[in-house]
Design a protein around this ligand. Structure first.
Ligand SMILES: [Zn+2]
Length: 280
């Protein structure tokens, strides 16, 4: 699974609890050449030396990206885009052999990152943050469902002139919100009882309200339940959130109406939906 907005938020909050004030003694990188080739790790590996001796000041997340802010204007960006395991260890027992990065703090506690597929591990000075594509994408002006300015009125306003399909409105480069993926999308439109290909301009006021609530509820529930079920948090605990709709519902029936779940191809991805509850 990919680590999305709720899981990135959980990791950042947990990192804030245990990593603040810790000073980096050393680091190791492993098996990173492929990530480097596709631009997901510093081209110049020596740039990671910036981390040594730095102290962690705070950790914030936006969209799917985590920004670890250190002193001396140094940042570590972590984007476990396609899944990955980010762990905190009290000592060096039980460390996985499959790691991309290991950071050892001066108190001998350890922080490790293992990415799956693609993802970002990037050390960068604050003045160069804009050079990171993922930073620009997620730490942007685009509204986040976790912000106070994400209100029903503001959301309706953004939907007003949108003649695109609902998926491109919510997911991807042109989205009006940051951090929602195809996985969250399926869950959200099932809860809001919307056809996966409905146009934004066709939504009634009632449907806009249902969509707003569904987004809020999916994000809030995923955070409250410790992330999606395949997610592993900073302390190795598995997430408990099972999506109401998605690939996990393949071959099953809708719990609301008993119809068989179907699949549609929408915007370059598969979308599972209930043909009755989410009729066209
Ligand atoms: Zn149904």
């Amino acid at each position: 699974m990919s680590i999305e907005l709720p899981e990135a938020y959980i990791l950042a909050e947990q990192m804030n609890k245990v990593l603040i004030g810790k000073q980096i003694k050393s680091y190791d990188l492993y098996d990173y050449e492929r990530l480097q080739k596709i631009g997901f790790l510093n081209k110049n590996i020596d740039e990671f030396d910036l981390l040594v001796d730095c102290k962690i000041i705070s950790v914030i997340s936006r969209g799917n990206l985590i920004r670890v802010i250190l002193n001396k204007d140094v940042n570590l960006l972590i984007g476990p885009e396609y899944g990955g395991i980010v762990l905190y260890h009290e000592d060096n027992k039980n460390l996985s052999e499959k790691l991309h990065m290991k950071i050892i703090f001066t108190d001998e506690t350890i922080f490790t990152i293992r990415l799956k597929g693609m993802g970002l591990i990037y050390t960068v000075k604050s003045s160069d943050l804009e050079h990171s594509y993922l930073y620009k994408r997620d730490f942007s002006d685009v509204l986040s469902p976790l912000e106070d300015r994400f209100t029903s009125n503001h959301f309706s306003e953004l939907l007003k002139n949108s003649n695109r399909g609902i998926k491109s409105i919510l997911v991807g480069k042109e989205a009006i919100l940051v951090g929602l993926s195809n996985s969250a999308f399926q869950d959200i439109i099932y809860r809001a009882k919307l056809f996966p290909k409905i146009k934004g301009s066709k939504l009634s006021e009632q449907q806009k309200g249902a969509l707003f609530r569904a987004i809020k509820n999916v994000v809030d529930d995923r955070i409250r339940l410790g992330g999606k079920f395949q997610f592993i948090d900073l302390f190795g605990k598995k997430g408990q959130y099972l999506p109401a709709m998605g690939p996990n519902m393949k071959g099953k029936i809708c719990s609301d109406c008993g119809s068989g779940i179907e699949k549609l191809s929408v915007g370059g991805g598969q979308v599972y939906y209930c043909p009755l509850c989410q009729a066209e």
